[in-house]
Design a protein around this ligand. Sequence first.
Ligand SMILES: [Mg+2]
Length: 361
Amino acid sequence: MNMAHKVRNVTVRALQLDLAQPLETASASFSTWPVILVDLQTDQGVIGRSFVGCFLPMLVKPLVSLLQDMALLIEGDPLCPVDLDQKIRKMCRLVGTTGPLATALAVIEIAAWDALAKSAQVPLARLMGSAPRAFPIYKTLTAFDPGRVADLAQEAIEAGYGGVKCKIGHPNPANDMAVIKRLRKVCGDDFPIMGDFNQALSVPEAIQRIRPLDDLGMVWFEEPTTARDFVGHAQIARSCHTAISIGENWRSPEEAAESMRIGASSLAMPDLVNIGGVSAWMKTATLAEAAGVPISCHSYPEVCAHLLPAAASAHWLEHVDIFDVLFTNPVKPANGVWCASDRPGIGLDWDEAVVSRSLLA
Ligand SMILES: [Mg+2]
């Protein structure tokens, strides 16, 4: 392995993807999706890639600016993702690495891991001490209309997914029941189905609204109440027998540890960027293993499929297909599972034609 690579520069590009189908959740809906791409180039010409969905257009400018300024801090430094991360964290200690600052830091760290794996000419999974292997993968269905959800589920089954996740927490509780019942008809009694409330309910509402849904064979209910309310989630978890899953809004392994200590959920699904990048995701996987909590990824399956093999309690990969147009080689499940690329690094190539026509000025 050649460890002599240094960071030469970081290119930051902001795009806007127009979604073919709006992304609907109980808390917000989106018809366009701003994305930032990062290319970290080493002095030996290796390029590490990462990306992040910004949710809100107003976050694009601050994130681009932070990424560009952060890049200047590490130019010329050895390509050591943990050291780069710690260097920037130390510089930010007095203000704290939260919000967009944390997002920018995670995106750079992920790109550095990709570059490091490419410089070693191994898939990222091997740097984690494992080999790429297949994991069950589900498709997240981003609609509320029961008929539309049923059509999307049928497509997902035909495309080779091993499960589907529906959006629930609709203002009309009857819609949640209708969606799940339609899904059961389409998917069959044993097909894995998850439901995501996207934080829409208060604790008493969640307890009440889960009750009629609790015997429908769901794999989990996700974020029924405010993400940061670990005590409330623990209360909800005790009130039902379907598993509760949270974690996409954990902002550090320390927060994940607190959530698991309180018993907020019996399943974990840290988001690669929100948790702080590759190293932080793996630390959280170790915490989950110690707590006996199965761990899934939240979005970013392209990267997380390299991390799950080294996670002892690895559970599911999630796929939301809104980023697929960016890649020449998007996720393609088969027989319910998907395996990360065996190419060096993460194995992502931008589709530059799509990138150039989606660029924000
Ligand atoms: Mg979710």
